[in-house]
Design a protein around this ligand. Structure first.
Ligand code: FES
Length: 153
Protein backbone atom coordinates (compact mmCIF):
# COMPACT_ATOMS: atom_id res chain seq x y z
CA UNK A 1 0.00 0.00 0.00
CA UNK A 2 1.46 3.29 -1.10
CA UNK A 3 0.82 6.12 1.30
CA UNK A 4 0.51 9.65 0.08
CA UNK A 5 2.33 11.79 2.64
CA UNK A 6 2.35 15.57 2.67
CA UNK A 7 5.52 17.45 1.81
CA UNK A 8 5.96 18.45 5.47
CA UNK A 9 5.77 14.84 6.59
CA UNK A 10 8.36 13.83 4.03
CA UNK A 11 10.57 16.72 5.04
CA UNK A 12 10.44 15.83 8.74
CA UNK A 13 10.91 12.17 7.95
CA UNK A 14 14.02 12.72 5.83
CA UNK A 15 15.40 15.45 8.07
CA UNK A 16 14.02 14.82 11.56
CA UNK A 17 14.67 17.45 14.26
CA UNK A 18 15.71 16.66 17.82
CA UNK A 19 16.78 13.07 17.31
CA UNK A 20 18.76 11.62 20.17
CA UNK A 21 18.84 11.24 23.91
CA UNK A 22 19.22 13.58 26.87
CA UNK A 23 21.45 12.35 29.60
CA UNK A 24 19.94 12.74 33.06
CA UNK A 25 16.71 13.91 31.48
CA UNK A 26 14.10 15.54 33.72
CA UNK A 27 11.53 13.19 32.29
CA UNK A 28 11.46 10.30 29.85
CA UNK A 29 8.39 8.76 28.29
CA UNK A 30 8.31 5.59 26.23
CA UNK A 31 5.14 4.43 24.56
CA UNK A 32 4.27 1.76 22.06
CA UNK A 33 1.44 0.82 19.80
CA UNK A 34 0.61 -2.84 20.23
CA UNK A 35 -0.84 -3.22 16.74
CA UNK A 36 1.99 -1.90 14.60
CA UNK A 37 4.72 -2.50 17.20
CA UNK A 38 6.13 1.00 16.83
CA UNK A 39 7.90 2.58 19.79
CA UNK A 40 8.52 6.20 20.61
CA UNK A 41 10.59 7.68 23.40
CA UNK A 42 10.74 11.34 24.36
CA UNK A 43 13.28 12.97 26.66
CA UNK A 44 12.64 16.30 28.36
CA UNK A 45 15.06 18.72 29.91
CA UNK A 46 12.97 21.00 32.11
CA UNK A 47 14.41 24.03 33.89
CA UNK A 48 13.51 25.36 37.36
CA UNK A 49 10.72 27.49 35.91
CA UNK A 50 9.13 24.40 34.39
CA UNK A 51 10.09 25.42 30.88
CA UNK A 52 11.16 22.73 28.45
CA UNK A 53 14.70 23.75 27.68
CA UNK A 54 15.40 20.83 25.42
CA UNK A 55 13.60 17.86 24.05
CA UNK A 56 14.80 14.83 22.09
CA UNK A 57 13.32 11.66 20.73
CA UNK A 58 14.06 8.19 19.55
CA UNK A 59 11.49 6.47 17.46
CA UNK A 60 11.49 2.94 16.21
CA UNK A 61 8.63 3.19 13.82
CA UNK A 62 7.09 4.21 10.56
CA UNK A 63 7.71 7.41 8.62
CA UNK A 64 4.70 9.13 10.14
CA UNK A 65 5.89 8.19 13.63
CA UNK A 66 9.28 9.75 12.94
CA UNK A 67 7.73 12.88 11.40
CA UNK A 68 5.25 13.35 14.26
CA UNK A 69 7.99 12.85 16.88
CA UNK A 70 10.08 15.44 15.09
CA UNK A 71 7.22 17.94 14.87
CA UNK A 72 5.96 17.30 18.42
CA UNK A 73 9.41 17.92 19.91
CA UNK A 74 9.73 21.11 17.87
CA UNK A 75 6.35 22.28 19.12
CA UNK A 76 7.02 21.80 22.82
CA UNK A 77 10.60 23.07 22.92
CA UNK A 78 10.77 26.33 24.84
CA UNK A 79 7.22 25.87 26.15
CA UNK A 80 6.03 25.42 29.70
CA UNK A 81 5.02 21.98 30.87
CA UNK A 82 1.40 23.16 30.97
CA UNK A 83 1.58 24.24 27.34
CA UNK A 84 3.24 20.95 26.41
CA UNK A 85 0.40 19.10 28.04
CA UNK A 86 -2.02 20.87 25.73
CA UNK A 87 -0.26 19.65 22.61
CA UNK A 88 -2.73 17.40 20.81
CA UNK A 89 -2.11 14.90 18.06
CA UNK A 90 -4.49 16.99 15.97
CA UNK A 91 -2.24 20.04 16.29
CA UNK A 92 0.78 17.95 15.33
CA UNK A 93 -1.06 16.56 12.31
CA UNK A 94 -2.16 20.01 11.23
CA UNK A 95 1.38 21.31 11.50
CA UNK A 96 2.45 18.45 9.26
CA UNK A 97 -0.15 19.24 6.63
CA UNK A 98 -2.29 16.28 7.59
CA UNK A 99 -1.87 12.52 7.79
CA UNK A 100 -3.72 9.77 5.96
CA UNK A 101 -6.36 8.03 8.14
CA UNK A 102 -4.28 4.86 8.60
CA UNK A 103 -1.52 7.02 10.07
CA UNK A 104 -3.51 9.03 12.59
CA UNK A 105 -2.52 6.65 15.38
CA UNK A 106 1.15 7.53 14.77
CA UNK A 107 0.45 11.12 15.79
CA UNK A 108 -1.43 9.86 18.83
CA UNK A 109 1.71 8.01 19.83
CA UNK A 110 3.58 11.33 19.79
CA UNK A 111 0.98 12.95 22.05
CA UNK A 112 1.11 9.97 24.39
CA UNK A 113 4.92 10.00 24.48
CA UNK A 114 4.94 13.68 25.47
CA UNK A 115 2.38 12.97 28.20
CA UNK A 116 4.37 9.97 29.43
CA UNK A 117 7.53 12.10 29.63
CA UNK A 118 5.64 14.80 31.53
CA UNK A 119 4.28 12.16 33.86
CA UNK A 120 7.76 10.85 34.50
CA UNK A 121 8.96 14.40 35.17
CA UNK A 122 6.12 14.96 37.65
CA UNK A 123 6.84 11.67 39.41
CA UNK A 124 10.56 12.38 39.69
CA UNK A 125 9.96 15.89 41.02
CA UNK A 126 7.07 14.99 43.22
CA UNK A 127 4.70 17.46 41.65
CA UNK A 128 1.23 17.25 40.18
CA UNK A 129 0.61 18.60 36.70
CA UNK A 130 -3.00 19.57 36.59
CA UNK A 131 -4.93 17.72 33.92
CA UNK A 132 -2.21 15.14 33.29
CA UNK A 133 -3.37 11.55 33.39
CA UNK A 134 -1.18 8.50 33.91
CA UNK A 135 0.33 7.45 30.58
CA UNK A 136 -1.49 5.03 28.37
CA UNK A 137 0.37 2.51 26.25
CA UNK A 138 3.56 3.11 28.17
CA UNK A 139 5.85 0.17 27.85
CA UNK A 140 8.45 -1.47 29.92
CA UNK A 141 11.77 0.39 29.66
CA UNK A 142 13.92 -2.71 29.33
CA UNK A 143 11.70 -4.12 26.63
CA UNK A 144 11.91 -0.84 24.71
CA UNK A 145 15.67 -0.76 25.05
CA UNK A 146 15.87 -4.23 23.70
CA UNK A 147 13.77 -3.35 20.67
CA UNK A 148 15.10 0.09 19.86
CA UNK A 149 18.13 0.02 17.59
CA UNK A 150 20.91 2.23 18.82
CA UNK A 151 19.31 2.66 22.22
CA UNK A 152 22.32 1.22 23.96
CA UNK A 153 24.93 3.24 22.10
FE1 FES B 1 2.13 2.62 13.95
FE2 FES B 1 3.07 4.55 12.49
S1 FES B 1 2.31 2.63 11.81
S2 FES B 1 3.14 4.39 14.63
Amino acid sequence: QIIDYSEEVMEHFTNPRNVGEIENASGVGTVGNAKCGDIMRIYLDVDDNQIIRDCKFKTFGCGAAVATSSMATEMIKGKSIQEALKLTNKAVMEALGGLPPVKVHCSLLAEEAVHAALWDYAQKHNITIEGLKPPVNDIDETEAFYEMPGAND
